[in-house]
Structure formats: C-alpha cells, structure tokens
Ligand binder design. Sequence first.
Ligand SMILES: [Mg+2]
Length: 279
Amino acid sequence: MANIFDKYEKTQEFLICIDSDGCAMNTMEIKHRRCFAPEMIKTWNLYEKEDYILNLWYDINLYTKTRGINRFKGLAETFKIISNEGIEIDDLDSLVNWVETTNELSNKSLEREIEKTNSKALKMAYEWSLNVNKSIEQLPKGDEPFENVKEGLETLSKLVDVAVVSSANGEALDDEWNRHNFVRHLKALLGQEAGTKQYCISELKKKGYDEKKILMVGDAPGDLQAAKNNNVNFYPILVNKEGYSWKRLVNEVVPKLMNGTFDEAYQNQLIKEFNDSLK
Ligand SMILES: [Mg+2]
C-alpha cells in the first residue's frame, strides 16, 4: 500500500519535527476548558464538587507530567483520584480495567468492549467521548498559532526540512494548518492516520537524515519519549511560555543544532527545564 512516506523527499541536511496541539497551535486549553472537562461534569453529574474536579482535570491534562495524556487515560486517572476522595463513580473498575488492558484507546475499541461487557461506566465514557467530539466541532474557528510560530516557520523552512508530527485527527490538522497558510512551509503534515509520533519520526529518519541532525519539538512528555526512542534531539515548547520558546527555537536552538553545539549537556539542560515546567 502506498503511504505518505513513499512520496517524502529529503531536501535539506537537517529535519525539524513539530507537534501541533499545544506546541504550534493554541488548541489545548480551549478544548479542555470548553469540551473535555465540562462534558465530564455533565455526563457524571459532578456539579457538587465541580471546581475541585475541573482543576484536577486541568492539572492531569495540561499542567503536570501527564500533559497530553489520552482522553480515556485522563478520565480514569481523574476518577481514581476523586473516588479516593469519597466521590463515587459507579462501575469505575470496568473503566480502569479497559484503559489498562486495551491495546487501542479509541471510540471504536470502546464500542467493542461495551458489546462484550455491557458495562455502565464504559457506556458513559463512550457517550462522553462522542459528546466531546461534537463540542470540539462546535468550537469557534478562533484557534490561533502561538506567538512567533508564523515567523518561526518562515525562517526555519528556509534552513531545514520541517514536518508536522502530531497525534491529532488528520482532517482537523489539515484544516488548521491550511487556514493559517502554514502548509507551504512543510515537507509533510502527519496526523494520527500516518502512525504514532514515534513511528513517524522513525520513517522520516529512513529518508537519510543523520540522527543528530533531527530535532523533535513538542510540548508534552510523550513528544520527548518519541524523540528519545528514536535517539533524536528534543526541544520543549514550555506551557505558558510558548512565544518565548518559539523565539528561542529560531534564535538559539536551531543555530546550535546546525553549528554542532547542540550537545548532551545542552540537551539535558533543556529536558530539565521541561520537567521543571510540569508539576
Ligand atoms: Mg502537543
């Protein structure tokens, strides 16, 4: 089967892979604050301790080491914590068990599990997940790239090959990157259909880039892991400091990468800074 990687051609010595949500595009806050979290409160009728549960959701999904976690894992984590605090979630064990054992955390896989188990918690998680998708579709198309992304892409694309490596839905990704007229700066726009981030980086590596000449730019620990597993460099876009991070990417990080001074000590310093930025 022909795939997106067959068409890909390396044109520069260096490759920068860039995650989209929460890294280039300011989409995470709005999705969690207006869709994921309120739909959870509604589906499980958690209004009584709403503020506490909302803040817990934001911490798990945005501000701590689990930033960027899959929605179902985030849900199970939140519910495990609140149930320890005495807030009862009916049939929680079924949800936790599915999250821990399934090899695919998706609506489709959840449907199959519901057919097998008829579990109440899984049915509610499914309903929640569909409602989240609907509410995301209804968000105003006001999503914007972070500050300095536009200028950054313009500069970088003249120096290096640039590819977006994201686990977002391909259609949404196409829409966002075309709307802002950024696709012209890219060698590839890879969403979840192209494979995991780790897989996409490994396929791009096969196009002939030296490992040390590849940089993964991301905002979540999963991005760091995908880079590490491919033995390529990582640069963090720090939460709430995105504009600064993009400026530094262009003015300091890519120059260091290109002149050979992006060394282990520098990489470790960046990773430490990233870890310190997430509680
Ligand atoms: Mg991200």
